[in-house]
Design a binder for this molecule. Structure first.
Ligand code: PRX
Length: 656
């Protein structure tokens, strides 16, 4: 309730300027509502038209939606197309020399790639994959730095119908190993090293470590892009350099025509169990979602210079780096480095140097840049900007206002986009030429997206009341299944009790204000959102529990000024309760352990020790108590069901 009250106090409204609206794809509330009404009145006709207008079909589809096996929806199923053709070949006649990618390396080096050049690179690499006997339906892991080659690798997989699974370069060998195994991948595409913020990260060594772990027998090839040229271990039976693979290889590669429902990729994300889940997306429906959102929400215009700062390791980097902008024929910036290197003006300098018009980033980046240099944007010429975007977590009104005034110079609308790995594209976000903005609200659903807020029984709640965020009708870009686990897919996203198995359950709570605006309140499951990244508490708990010193662990989130949320772990050791120096040493060791098991993003901010965890008499850990302790708040909850109240005192002690 306190969240509801605090955001309800936000009454500022920012209507679009006439200047912006007059050029916008959706120039008014009427235009937006007309599309919504069309979707409402003729749902299938609406998506049919979008799919025909936006995608290039090799063989047209005859059926829009197949609902015969709920919730395994199929869209445009008997149509055939190729995603790489839709992103590249379609532009070759009309704009071969338009810049597709402006790449800026960590050290500032710049490379331009036109549509013709990108197409040539993708075709060559796709032929390279084929020469390694990688075929349609095979799964390929991509563990790459943020460079043109990462996009080439993804597009080349799409060209031959291989299913890619990109693993963020910050994940550990163990996480990579789990993903390779779960996907049954036949190849890994990686680089010798990754360079970010002047530091090298040994990607290939991590791949070697992951493959050496027991039971990774499926990998036949490892393709290595040479980024730094530093020494790496090379296994000639399995490893091949990227540049050698494509040397003297043909630049023609006929796309593999695939069925609309053929999986384009899987992407692993955290859920409420210890095991990450492989979210499987389709081809046509997914690409369609990225394209309509590019038009409606990013208000894509042919002269735009689009920049989404997300890494291709996350869904945002899939939809708004590797696919959406290319399908639209846009010019986009790809940046290898980090926002604070060599200084906290790097983002602003990139916007200035490349005349970025549309800038899309995460609230956590905005908050850290506010802290490091609240007035730094003033030192750069940001006059090219016309639209700003935010994604990954709720943006607090203070950060919104700073972003609006200092970066957008009170001229650029901010699109606060709510969506998820599973939804593939924006679900709730303002059409910026139409919708008056309220800082902190993602405003209204996209046309054709039937988002609602319901109670436990699946009934709509009235405006002003919180509830579960659901999407009532299927939509083309939605998750198709969880790789290898259809039962978990069904149970997690289409639970029987809410909406009788027909509503897509997002896992977020939200409410609508008196004007119908959506406000996201946070996750309802055991998933944390740290710096815009999803982390399952259970995943971190099982990582901690795997340490020989640890008997049991519970992980909760606590609010964090910059990261949004941070990880706090409560740990019961097998040995005696530690204190002083020993406690500090064990904290250090456990933090390092989590980094090794999962990756730096999961590192606990704080670890506390107790002889036990607070449990009910039936043995259930009382997480809400732990959340109160983590926030250092007074315990006002009823603790009468708590079996062991004395340990609360121990768990209050932070290790300093
Ligand atoms: O809790 C919501 C939050 O991020 C979750 C999805 O995380 P992920 O699958 O990693 O995708 C992030 C990028 C799309 C959601 O369930 N979230 C995402 N965007 C917003 C948000 N919360 C509030 N406002 C947003 N704009």
């Amino acid at each position: 309730m306190s969240t509801i009250e605090s955001v309800l106090n936000e009454t500022r409204i920012f209507p679009p300027s006439t200047e912006f609206s007059s050029h916008a794809n959706l120039p008014s509330m009427d235009a937006y509502q007309t599309l919504c009404t069309q979707a409402q009145d003729d749902y299938l006709g609406f998506w049919k038209k979008q799919a025909e207008e936006n995608l290039v079909w090799h063989k047209p589809f005859t059926q829009v939606l197949d609902e015969s096996n709920l919730p395994f929806f199929k869209w445009f199923d008997d149509g055939e197309l190729n995603i790489s053709f839709n992103c590249l070949d379609r532009h070759l006649d009309t704009q071969p020399d338009k810049i597709a990618i402006i790449f800026e390396a960590d050290d500032g080096q710049i490379i331009h790639s036109t549509y013709r050049d990108l197409h040539r690179r993708v075709c060559q690499f796709a032929n390279g994959l084929k020469s390694l006997n990688i075929k349609k339906g095979d799964c390929v892991i991509i563990y790459m730095p943020m460079r043109i080659e990462a996009v080439v690798a993804m597009q080349a997989c799409a060209r031959i119908g291989a299913i890619h699974s990109v693993v963020f370069g910050g994940f550990s060998a163990k996480s990579l190993h789990e993903r390779i195994n779960d996907a049954g991948a036949v190849a890994v595409i990686t680089a010798d090293e990754q360079v970010r913020g002047g530091k090298n990260n040994h990607l290939k060594a991590t791949v070697d470590e992951a493959i050496l772990m027991e039971g990774t027998g499926s990998i036949k090839s490892v393709i290595i892009y040479q980024r730094t040229g530093n020494d790496i271990a090379f296994n000639a039976a399995r490893d091949i350099w990227w540049h050698e693979l494509v040397k003297d290889i043909s630049t023609d590669c006929e796309p593999e025509w695939i069925n609309a429902e053929h999986p384009l990729f899987t992407l692993y994300t955290s859920g409420s169990t210890g095991k990450p889940k492989g979210v499987q997306h389709s081809s046509a429906g997914y690409l369609l979602g990225t394209m309509v959102s590019m038009k409606w929400i990013f208000d894509y215009q042919p002269n735009d210079v689009f920049w989404c700062t997300a890494d291709v390791g996350w869904i945002t980097g899939h939809s708004y780096v590797a696919y959406g902008p290319l399908a639209m024929g846009a010019t986009q910036v790809i940046f290898e480095g980090i926002p604070t290197y060599p200084d906290a003006g790097r983002f602003w300098k990139i916007i200035q140097d490349h005349k970025v018009t549309t800038f899309y980033t995460a609230p956590t980046a905005i908050r850290s840049l506010i802290k490091l240099g609240p007035n730094l944007p003033e030192q750069y010429d940001l006059s090219s900007l016309r639209l700003l975007g935010s994604v990954g977590e709720p943006i607090n009104p203070e950060a919104w206002i700073w972003y609006y005034k200092k970066v957008g110079q009170s001229r650029c609308p901010i699109v606060d986009t709510w969506w998820q790995t599973e939804t593939g594209c924006h679900m709730i976000a303002p059409a910026p030429g139409a919708v008056p903005l309220k800082p902190g609200s993602c405003t209204f659903p996209l046309p054709g997206i039937f988002a609602a807020i319901v109670d436990e029984a699946g009934q709509d709640v009235e405006n002003g009341k919180g509830g579960f965020l659901v999407i009532k009708r299927p939509f083309p870009s939605q998750i198709r299944t969880l790789w290898g686990d259809p039962e978990r897919f069904k149970k997690t996203y289409f639970p029987k009790d809410i909406g009788q198995g027909k509503y897509y359950l997002a896992g977020d709570s939200a409410y609508r204000d008196k004007d119908g605006y959506f406000w996201i309140m946070g996750r309802v499951d055991d998933v944390l959102n740290v710096s815009g990244h999803r982390l399952g508490t259970m995943e971190i708990e099982s990582a901690l529990a795997a340490n020989p010193l640890v008997a049991e662990a519970a992980v909760v989130g606590k609010p964090h000024e910059i990261k949004g949320e941070s990880v706090v772990a409560f740990v019961v050791l097998k040995g005696a309760l530690p204190s002083g120096k020993e406690a500090i040493q064990i904290v250090d060791e456990l933090r390092r352990w989590v980094v090794k098991e999962i990756g730096p993003i999961a590192k606990p901010e704080e670890i506390r020790f107790g002889e036990n965890l607070p449990k009910t008499r039936s043995g259930k850990t009382m997480r809400r108590l732990l959340r109160t302790l983590a926030r250092n708040e007074e315990i006002t909850q009823d603790i009468s069901t708590l079996e062991n109240p004395a340990i609360l005192e121990q768990l209050k002690q932070a290790i300093k």
